[in-house]
Design a protein. Structure first.
Length: 42
């Protein structure tokens, strides 16, 4: 029973970690867009 609980806890931790990574990538993409160099077309 302890092994099952440990596996469930590890799976939950993996889900949380994946969400954090996804949020970090979205935040980085937003900053990259906001601070992207503006070029003027002539």
């Amino acid at each position: 029973m302890k092994k099952l609980a440990l596996i469930a806890l590890a799976a939950a931790g993996a889900v949380v970690a994946r969400r954090k990574v996804s949020e970090g990538r979205a935040e980085q993409a937003l900053w990259a867009e906001a601070t992207d160099a503006v070029t003027r077309s002539r």
